[in-house]
Design a protein around this ligand. Structure first.
Ligand code: AMP
Ligand code: ZN
Length: 483
């Protein structure tokens, strides 16, 4: 029985879908003005694991992930996010491109990062700019029902009109009075009202016609409009990072429930943040990483994926190069184990999965998707089987059953393994050939470090003759068996 922690009820609840056998998920997607950083990728990996586990349990999942290519202001710390500079426009100035070019470029980059991370693509990625009519329709409904008002071409949500405001985040209007830091808009009735539509200044690049003004939508309305468009008035699960609980998701509830009069989402799942060496990531601190940085250091996206799985999505995770190295070592340990199991079980046909391993895996995952616990069961299994293998006591049938169990679990972990093991400078190798190749590669790294390119070339040829391919990375290398 799957239990998920629901931010709305602040408790672990038994998961039951609205419609038997089917689950709808809405995942807040990227604002496509820059590359996704490793914190964003943690959030998308967390919702990917959720989706994969629901599919593992036999549900037919429909997942929607929006692409924010309009609006979304830079002043996120100003709680209502309707003042400040537009992120898309800022990027457009920075890169001297049109907002459309910026959006296209970073959307492609995002899709490619997700692919490399083996994150299953959502069933649909609706773009905000293509759903302005749906947003306008929803704003009209909100005005009609007394939840929103227009002034000078701007439309705001009247938070005092929605009695449940604060039910997700605990930021009820009474609580918000204390310690509020908020930039006020002269047209707002109440400081916590938030923008649904804003009149565009003359030189604003992205603007649309509406009954109120030529302008652009507030940040929150797109998710309400697109979620309802593709998943109906009520959905099963809404996901996002913890920073979205307030104001974004609180606003989504007020808008959607205000407009439809129905419950918006049954479950709200939020991942906690990823920190880098205990600190918030920021470009100015130089601790801000994107997937490209990870690869340039000689790591693979799968090492990062395993790093993510190694902490529970609802706990803060602390990234450092050292913890990533640990994840790589674990990844290589799993990869070598698979090869050994394949070797032993070779002659066996289709075999049922080892039931004990599956039971442990499911018990961990059923408890609010506890991937670190599921992994620790896997590592125990690896230790046990490796012991049997060294003692020559692992029958082919058992090897096959274990392999089948791993195959099942890995549908959820989503780790990709190539046929040959990748070797890098700090890998621990066991096969004789690999060790020999690695020794030469280490020598070659030394030669490159001392800029002895002739020697480095000679060693490359030697490595290739042994049947390996070597790729240069920044102060590292990647060695692969030729296939
Ligand atoms: P954004 O493009 O800023 O809306 O972020 C995209 C997703 O990444 C959202 O679900 C955020 O909550 C999430 N997110 C942003 N920063 C981090 C972080 N440091 N750790 C984990 N998730 C994050
Ligand atoms: Zn959203």
């Amino acid at each position: 029985m799957l239990k998920l922690y629901n931010t709305l009820t602040k408790s672990k609840e038994r998961f039951m879908p609205l419609h038997k056998g089917k689950v709808s998920i809405y995942t807040c997607g990227p604002t496509v003005y820059d590359f996704a950083h490793i914190g964003n990728l943690r959030a998308y990996t967390a919702s990917d694991v959720l989706r994969r586990y629901l599919e593992y349990l036999g549900y037919e999942v429909r997942q929607i992930k929006n692409i924010t290519d309009v609006g979304h202001l830079t002043a996120d710390d100003i709680a209502q996010a309707d003042t400040g500079e537009d992120k898309m426009l800022k990027a457009s100035k920075r890169e001297k491109k049109t907002p459309e070019e910026i959006a296209k470029f970073y959307e492609e980059a995002f899709r490619s990062d997700e692919k490399e991370m083996n994150i299953l693509p959502a069933h649909y990625f609706p773009r905000a700019t293509a759903h302005i009519p749906q947003m306008i329709k929803m704003i009209e409904a909100l005005i009609e029902k007394g939840h929103a008002y227009e002034k000078n071409g701007n439309v705001f949500y009247d938070v005092t009109s929605f009695k449940d405001y604060g039910k997700l985040s605990g930021n009820t209007l009474d609580n918000l009075k204390v310690g509020a830091r908020l930039e006020e808009h002269p047209d707002k009735k109440h400081p916590w009202d938030f923008a649904l539509w804003l009149k565009a200044p003359e030189n604003h690049l992205l603007k649309y016609k509406s009954p109120w003004s030529v302008g652009y939508p507030g940040w929150h309305i797109e998710c309400s409009a697109m979620s309802i468009e593709y998943l109906g008035d009520t959905l099963d699960i809404h996901t996002g990072g913890e920073d979205h609980i307030f104001p974004h998701h609180e606003a989504e509830i007020a808008q959607s429930e205000g407009a439809t009069g129905k419950k918006f989402s049954n479950f709200w799942l939020h991942n906690r943040f990823l920190l880098v060496e205990g600190e918030k990531m920021s470009k100015s601190k130089g601790n801000f990483y994107i997937l490209k940085d990870i690869k340039e250091k000689g790591f693979e996206p799968m090492h990062l994926r395993l790093f993510y799985l190694s902490s529970h999505y609802r706990k803060q995770s602390d990234f450092s190069w050292k913890t990533l190295e640990q994840a790589r070592a674990n990844y290589e340990r799993i990869a070598e184990w698979i090869l050994k199991l394949k070797d032993i079980s070779k002659s066996i046909g289709v075999i049922p999965a080892a039931s004990e391993a599956i039971k442990q895996f499911e018990s961990a995952m059923n408890d609010d998707l506890n991937t670190p616990l599921a992994l620790s069961f896997l590592y125990e299994l690896i230790t046990e089987t490796n012991k049997k293998i060294t003692e020559n006591k692992l029958p082919a049938k058992e090897a096959g059953e274990i392999l089948a169990a791993f195959g099942k679990m890995n549908k959820v972990f989503g780790l990709k393994f190539s046929e040959s093991v990748t070797i890098t400078a700090d890998a621990i190798m066991t096969s004789d050939d690999d060790i020999k190749a690695k020794l030469i590669a280490d020598k070659r790294l030394e030669a490159r470090r001392s800029k002895d390119f002739q020697k480095s070339d000679e060693l490359r040829k030697e490595i290739e003759k042994m049947g390996y391919l070597i790729e240069d990375l920044e102060d590292n290398y990647r060695l692969k068996k030729k296939s």
